[in-house]
Design a binder for this molecule. Sequence first.
Ligand SMILES: [Zn+2]
Length: 143
Amino acid sequence: MTHTESSETRTYRGSCHCGGIEVEADLNIFHPETPFGAPMRCNCTFCRRRGAVTMLIGPSAFRLLKNETEARYQPKPEIGAYMFCGTCGVHVYATGSMDQLGGDFVTVNLDVFEDVPRDQITVAVLDGRDESWGVVGSGPMLG
Ligand SMILES: [Zn+2]
């Protein structure tokens, strides 16, 4: 019943489905430092289609371990790029830079990590559609 262990930052390792891209990230899933740091979905036209639950972290908390199959998509090149596996199609991470997010950032797709406790995670929905970036809803990650 206690969550002592989960109150700390942990290193998670994951990959796309075919293994062409492998990543590692230091995540504090239960006690994010900012609203932007929580597990989140975004309601913008791209993220609705992408469907991923992501977390935003600093570049130093992210490591790209293997990168053999990367493809990228940049609907807003001035903000950043979404990385997908060109073989299996899975979205793994994104990189970008925005002043209101404190400069350079990385977001990771939580579903690429095998040992994330999905049934314990609450997901915030952020308003990227209107770019207010407020929290417009929340719900369980599930499964
Ligand atoms: Zn792949």
